[in-house]
Design a protein around this ligand. Structure first.
Ligand SMILES: *Cc1c(COP(=O)(O)O)cnc(C)c1O
Length: 329
């Protein structure tokens, strides 16, 4: 980190390294050669159902423990994978966890929310707010906790601060060890820390981010995090971004994402989620179709997790079940 105080401390929470697996059947279905496509299994990070937030939380929780925190406080949507994994990290580290979630208690109690409960988290429903307003509710909750004698640590939205993104800089090094000749890593862009860490190590030309609609300024978010991480100043135009997969908005199910879920399931037995990894694979598919990614290049699809979110997304569950084939005697 350019502005940190000393070496950051890590709380080991995950299982490393994650596998890099070939995906020949998916590759062929996309129009690539069978050896062109590999999946980086960051859905298999181990803790709490797995996913990309574990890499960030190792550093964010390391800092919280180092400063003597008793309670982790973070924000997210009702089906936030980040909130779920913060709850799991708190359980693992013996810290209380308060989740400040957008929405209200009548949000269906399944998927990630069910796991939040299992991990023992406390939930504050913040109503219909997002962005700075949601962060302000978390600040107020932290102040109340402090008043009661707790020592809260605020974990940023999506775990995306420069310190959190550092976990993905490490993933960049891990990937270079596994696939030194990689041409493009395709990754979902939510709060931006995952792409930022990868860009910091691999350079902007080797990372294709697929915007999922979670932030208003995806390019500025990523370049800002890269600057905070290493001091590197990148023009937003230097990033490879696809903005064409958002559809009607972050939490909605696009046809392209649903098609991607079906394709990954049927070619490789790999489960994607409707919000992030489904959009990311749909973006990869579109990139092959428009010639941005071509056969013969080594492409890595970063599987960032999200499986519980599938079960918290009624439309995606319904369309998955509707796709069942009945046996005709
Ligand atoms: C949060 C998340 C992402 C996006 O990562 P960011 O670092 O927030 O951009 C991608 N996939 C899944 C499953 C996630 O939970």
């Amino acid at each position: 980190m350019s502005s940190g105080s000393g070496t950051p401390q890590r709380a080991v929470l995950g299982t490393w390294p994650t596998p890099l697996e070939p995906a020949p059947r998916l590759a062929r279905a996309l129009g690539l050669g069978p050896e062109d496509l590999w999946i980086k299994r960051d859905d298999l990070t181990g803790l709490g159902g797995g996913g990309n937030k574990v890499r960030k939380l190792e550093w964010l929780c390391g800092a919280a423990v180092a400063e003597g925190a008793t309670t982790l406080v973070t924000t997210g949507a009702a089906q936030s994978n980040h909130a779920r994994l913060t709850a799991a990290a708190g359980a693992r580290l013996g810290l209380d966890v308060v989740l400040v979630l957008a929405g209200s208690a009548d949000s269906s109690a399944s998927g990630n929310l069910a796991l939040d409960g299992l991990f023992g988290a406390t939930v504050v429903w913040a109503g219909k707010v997002r962005g700075a307003e949601l962060a302000a509710v978390a600040e107020r909750v932290a102040a109340q906790l402090r008043h009661r004698g707790a020592a809260p640590a605020l974990i940023p939205f999506g775990g995306s601060s420069p310190l959190g993104a550092y976990g993905y800089a490490e993933c960049g090094h891990e990937l270079l060890g596994q696939a030194p000749d990689l041409d493009t890593v395709v990754v979902a862009l939510g709060s931006g820390g995952t792409m930022a860490g990868l860009v910091d190590v691999l350079g902007p030309a080797r990372v294709l981010g697929v915007h999922c609609g979670a932030v208003d300024d995806p390019a500025g978010t990523v370049t800002g995090l890269v600057a905070g991480l290493s001091g590197a100043v990148l023009a937003p135009e230097a990033l490879r971004l696809r903005l064409d997969q958002v559809g009607a908005g972050y939490s909605t199910l696009t046809d392209a994402s649903m098609a991607a879920l079906t394709l990954a399931g049927r070619t490789e037995g790999v489960v994607l989620d409707p919000v992030y990894t489904g959009r990311a694979l749909a973006g990869l598919r579109a990139a092959v179709q428009d010639g941005t990614i071509t056969p013969g290049q080594r492409t890595v699809f970063l599987h960032s997790g999200g499986l519980p979110g599938l079960f918290g997304h009624a439309a995606a569950v319904k369309r998955s079940q509707d796709a069942l084939t009945d046996f005709t005697p």
